[in-house]
Design a protein. Structure first.
Length: 277
């Protein structure tokens, strides 16, 4: 049995009658269908779980079948509705098929969250550089436009169509030995801005979230002392963020009420990009 108190209907100051709403825009995604790529772990998993809590139905795509099954099981156990597809987001045909099957399963698709990503470290000119370049652009730039193109016929039928592309603070600057990743993330920002302009006349909003240092599988290999030192030196909040903190910002951008924000690039970085000293 829950220890939480029962929900109480809003009342007037006198406590006698329900309070009428003073706002008109809808802040619920209940009943919407949302696609999340890279949903098996990290920010994708947190986004899927949060959207499920908010009453959305989920189309989840990832190359990691085991992780995807775990997320789906969690959502179903909580009473949610989910469709999963194991697919490599670097494979256009596989990703297009996954998005289409998921949308057809539910008969609609209202929200696209392009979250799939990976870490690629290669110095410019290394033997591994070409492979890092091709993989980075395929997974973190090309896959975003492939998913959007597959979803577009369904988004055009949606009441409140929303697209969020996940980039990185590397899209707002750069670090050494990471140029393939940096270019891919800059591409995600450029895609966001271009499509916001192109699709705006159809009422489709397109925004971009740029996470900074977040505790995910990508950063799991960094020693905790090194993380703490970096966070103290670089972020205003002096810590790494958590995946759900990014997911909450993504949620705010896909609400029906988020109807006049498009083409925005929003850092979720604990103040990393604004801290000078």
């Amino acid at each position: 049995m829950s220890s939480l108190p029962p929900a109480v209907a809003p009342t007037t100051r006198s406590g006698s009658r329900p309070v009428p709403k003073l706002s008109s825009l809808n802040r619920s995604i209940a009943g919407s269908v949302a696609l999340v790529t890279g949903a098996a772990s990290g920010m994708g998993r947190a986004t899927a779980r949060l959207f499920a809590d908010e009453g959305a139905k989920l189309v989840l795509v990832d190359i990691n079948a085991g992780g995807l099954d775990e997320v789906a099981a969690d959502i179903r156990d909580a009473g949610g509705d989910v469709f999963t597809a194991v697919a490599d987001c670097a494979d256009q045909a596989a990703l297009t098929d996954a998005v289409t099957r998921g949308a057809e399963h539910f008969g609609q698709l209202d929200i696209v969250v392009n979250n799939a990503g990976l870490a690629t470290i290669a110095a410019f000119g290394d033997d591994s550089y070409d492979a890092a370049w091709e993989t980075s652009l395929a997974v973190m730039t090309s896959a975003q436009q492939w998913a959007i193109r597959a979803a577009l016929p369904f988004l055009r039928q949606a009441g409140h169509p929303r697209i969020v592309n996940v980039a990185s603070t590397e899209a707002l600057g750069a670090t050494s030995y990471n140029s393939a990743y940096v270019v891919a993330k800059h591409g995600a920002v450029g895609l966001t801005r271009a499509l916001a302009v192109e699709l705006g006349k159809e009422g489709i909003t397109v925004n971009c979230v740029c996470p900074g240092p977040i505790n995910t599988a990508i950063t799991a290999g960094i020693p905790e002392d090194d993380k703490a030192t970096y966070a103290r030196r670089r972020t205003a909040l002096r810590r790494y963020g958590e995946p759900e903190e990014v997911a909450q910002v993504t949620l705010s951008l896909v609400l029906p009420a988020a109807s006049f924000i498009t083409g925005a690039t929003i850092p979720v970085d604990g103040g990393l990009t604004i801290r000078n000293a």
